[in-house]
Write a protein that binds this ligand. Structure first.
Ligand code: ADP
Ligand code: ASP
Ligand code: MG
Length: 423
């Protein structure tokens, strides 16, 4: 059994659905089952996030304009895919009208709950379209509902997977006989009460790894708009080089530091089962891509990741006492309560500095700290992480930058810099 995942960039229009069908056609044999995990089309999730905001703010004008943008976009590509044979896409039209009816009701008080109920339509729409299109192209397939198979708790927008139940549910749904084709949604799951949840933005890579783990798949391929995992984001560094191999360990480190190409939760379940992960080019499917597995030839190529929108906090006890374990314990407890993640930290006798993704919850953190601590605050900073660093790469990335914080280990160096100077 193999698992394929196609992200938003790989299903952005009618032509890309055709490319997905070509990839399936070139790889599908009756000897092996394929499970296809699909994201919402193109930038649909961003659009539905705006719909959710308009709904919550009761901004009817904006809501209906965004909703018709969503419907027109999907119907336009469906017309192209199904040669105007609209009767073939009843289920897609039905989903659009279900969403519209839902948005006519008053929202509950719980924004995150409403968000998951609405934003999940992106994946429901794309998976329906792909399943119908494959069917229409001669690839008989079964559409699976991830809301009923990926069992989660009810932490809306960032739900945690209940692995045992999920494994049992997925194994029951996937027939043991070989050569089946399944299509399902990434990003979404559901609670025991059948309430829809989502796994966090960009979570479809993780969904692919959940299905692979639960079925003990032979391999997973995530098809991307890049040739594989590169040593930097090609969007900002066009001469970035592809890495042919990466170890699970290094892939986790890269995604942890913010390399957007793989969702950080993706690798662990695959590592636990020894399932190789391939990152391949959607546009050049015959190219080898990057293979992520237990062992990889050691690479010394410097890789770098730039995380924008960082906030630096420098926290000092008001009474001029040393920063001690009880202070750190208190600070860490507040961070955990607010689900804020530290990207870099450093302490001295009188202060503790930490760098976080800029987030509204930081204001609440500041309120909780100000009784005991004075807090200096620096927004618009960027975190540069260089892995297997060398002097040339450090110079290339930091010359003329104001460095606010720096930390080196044997393999990795991190610089927190003031943003405007870099760009
Ligand atoms: P998906 O279509 O699956 O959602 P993403 O947009 O999440 O794909 O990930 C692909 C993008 O990741 C690329 O377009 C690229 O700009 C970005 N990216 C960031 N860092 C890297 C890297 N080290 N290697 C490859 N791509 C990267
Ligand atoms: N559609 C979701 C998002 O854009 C999940 C994903 O594509 O991975 O975040
Ligand atoms: Mg993505």
């Amino acid at each position: 059994m193999i698992v394929y995942k196609f992200g938003g960039a790989s299903v952005k229009d009618a032509l890309s659905f055709q490319t997905v069908a070509n990839i399936i056609s070139n790889n599908y044999t009756k000897n092996e089952t394929i499970i296809i995990i699909i994201s919402a089309m193109g930038k649909t999730t961003n659009l539905i996030e705006k719909i959710t905001e308009a709904y919550f703010e009761n901004n009817q004008k904006s809501l209906y304009s965004l909703l018709s943008q969503l419907a027109e976009f999907h119907l336009l590509h469906c017309r192209k895919l199904f040669h105007n044979n609209i009767s073939l896409i009843d289920s897609v039209s039905q989903l659009l009208s279900d969403l519209e009816s839902r948005l006519k009701q008053k929202p509950s008080e719980n924004y995150n709950y409403e968000y998951d109920q609405i934003v999940s339509y992106g994946e429901l729409l794309s998976s329906n379209i792909l399943s119908l299109f494959l069917q229409n192209s001669g690839f008989s397939n079964t559409l699976l509902d991830s809301r009923r198979l990926i069992r989660t708790d009810s932490t809306y927008r960032s739900a945690h997977v209940e692995w045992e139940t999920t494994t049992a549910l997925i194994q029951k749904a996937i027939l043991t006989q070989t050569g089946n084709l399944y299509v399902t949604q990434g990003f979404i799951g559901g609670t025991a009460e059948n309430i829809t949840t989502t796994l966090g933005r960009e979570g479809s890579d993780f969904s692919a790894s959940i299905y692979a783990f639960c079925c003990n798949a032979r391999e997973v391929t995530i098809w991307k708009d890049v040739p594989g995992v590169l040593n930097a984001d090609p969007l900002h560094f066009p001469d970035a080089e592809k890495m042919d191999y990466l170890s699970y360990h290094d892939a986790i480190e890269l995604s942890y530091y913010g390399a957007k190409v793989i969702h950080p939760k993706t690798v662990k379940p695959l590592q636990n089962r020894g399932i190789p992960l391939f990152v391949k080019s959607f546009l050049n499917p015959l190219q080898s891509g990057t293979k992520i597995s237990e062992f990889s030839p050691e690479t010394k190529t410097p890789s770098f990741i730039i995380k924008k929108d960082q906030t630096l906090l420098t926290i000092s006890p008001r009474d001029f006492s040393f920063i001690a374990e009880n202070h750190l314990g208190f600070i860490f407890q507040q961070l955990a309560d607010l689900t804020l993640t530290i990207n870099m930290m450093q302490n001295s006798a009188l202060s503790f500095s930490l760098c976080l993704d800029t987030n509204n919850a930081i204001n609440t953190l500041l309120n909780r700290l100000t009784d005991t601590f004075s807090v200096r605050y620096n927004e618009n900073t960027e975190l540069i992480t260089i892995w297997h660093y060398d002097t040339d790469t450090i110079d290339k990335l930091t010359t003329n930058c104001r460095i606010l914080l720096e930390e080196r280990t044997r393999h990795t160096v991190q610089f927190l810099i003031k943003s405007e100077i870099l760009s």
